[in-house]
Design a protein around this ligand. Structure first.
Ligand code: FES
Length: 67
């Protein structure tokens, strides 16, 4: 089964259970999900009211359309 998930976060959620914080991926692009690996950086260039599709292997934008 496959699914498309629509997310609009452009960075991780910081969790501080101890002295060392954990960054949980909120953009859905991390290759180390559920942990942030920095793959969210291209989302900072996203335009409002657009939907983006990213290539799972390369992280490149493969489609952009109006929401
Ligand atoms: S928030 Fe998803 S990779 Fe960082």
């Amino acid at each position: 089964m496959a699914r498309i998930v629509k997310l609009d976060a452009t960075g991780p959620i910081k969790v501080e259970p101890s002295a060392n914080p954990i960054f949980v991926c909120a953009c859905g692009l991390s290759k180390k999900f559920p942990f942030c690996d920095g793959s969210h950086k291209p989302t900072r260039e996203e335009e409002a009211n657009c939907v983006y599709r990213y290539d799972a292997a390369t992280g490149a934008v493969i489609e952009k359309s109006q929401a």
